[in-house]
Design a protein around this ligand. Structure first.
Ligand SMILES: CC(C)(COP(=O)(O)OP(=O)(O)OC[C@H]1O[C@@H](n2cnc3c(N)ncnc32)[C@H](O)[C@@H]1OP(=O)(O)O)[C@@H](O)C(=O)NCCC(=O)NCCS
Length: 171
């Protein structure tokens, strides 16, 4: 069983991004993001609005339980960039903290996911988390690259689809 730190509402911070907790008022933006076939190319299918609402509600529960989750990321002008953050995931019986990210197509290719992921890694380290992972579809090169740029290295593949687990021990 993974030791969980007590709740705290501390958020990551980075040069070009603002992190804030999502609320149900973000459902339109989150539904557009997670309903976009390009963004969801490596998921079974794009999410419906109801599934996007469940995603928001899952994160509200994560904030309440853990003090973190996937946060909304915005640029300094307040434009919606996507979500990025930390959630507990179970891979083959082992529970680990995963770093996750989705960026709207118009904002991709500017290094924002990598910047956000590094800020989340730093927050996890400050919170005493000892190990961070990213679970990535084998064809999702962009996401693999973000994981690598955040210092995670390929550790294992699992399941029929050979999902990749990238991992790093946090000093
Ligand atoms: C993965 C994702 C968040 C990356 O966002 P981003 O802000 O464009 O990422 P960055 O600009 O920080 O960096 C991406 C890196 O991947 C590389 N990359 C992007 N698309 C690529 C592709 N199709 N093939 C290979 N490399 C690619 C970039 O060149 C960059 O690496 P570099 O700095 O060495 O050149 C974005 O593509 C996305 O939202 N994808 C859909 C959602 C998703 O798959 N999320 C992850 C689920 S595991």
């Amino acid at each position: 069983m993974v030791e969980r730190e007590p709740s705290s509402s501390e958020r990551p911070s980075s040069e070009r991004l603002r992190f804030r907790e999502m609320t149900i008022d973000d459902l339109d933006a989150m539904s557009d993001l997670l309903g976009d076939p390009e963004v969801m190319a490596h998921y079974p299918r794009p999410k419906t609005r109801a599934e996007a609402q469940a995603w928001v509600e899952w994160n509200l529960a994560n904030y309440a339980r853990d003090g973190f989750g996937l946060w909304i990321i915005e640029d300094l002008e307040g434009r919606f960039v996507g979500d990025c953050g930390l959630t507990w995931q179970r891979v083959e019986g082992r529970e680990d903290l995963e770093i996750g990210y989705h960026v709207v197509p118009a904002m991709q290719g500017r290094g924002l996911a990598s910047e956000g992921a590094r800020a989340c890694r730093e927050l996890a380290r400050r919170r005493g988390i000892e190990r961070l992972i990213a679970i990535v579809h084998p064809d999702n090169r962009a996401s693999q690259r973000v994981a690598e740029k955040c210092g995670l290295v390929l550790e294992q593949e699992f399941g029929d689809q050979r999902f990749r687990v990238y991992a790093a021990a946090l000093p």
